[in-house]
Design a binder for this molecule. Sequence first.
Ligand SMILES: [Zn+2]
Length: 80
Amino acid sequence: MPIYEYRCEKCSSQFEVLTSFAERDRAQVCPTCESTRTRVQVSSFASFGAAEGAASLGSGALPASSGGCCGGSCGCGSRN
Ligand SMILES: [Zn+2]
């Protein structure tokens, strides 16, 4: 199973959880403050080059904001 990185929105700590893809978007319990207000960070395969590239461009725009994050297979663009 892949390791996903989460960030706690309460105490801002980051931690990694070994979980399945299906469970990725579920809130994990923060090991620091036990809050469930956590969010998964970008997956490892995209976090390296993509994150640095977006930062260097300074656009701050994620592909999801344009409704084309996955070609429509996730339904994110169905509203349009
Ligand atoms: Zn926390």
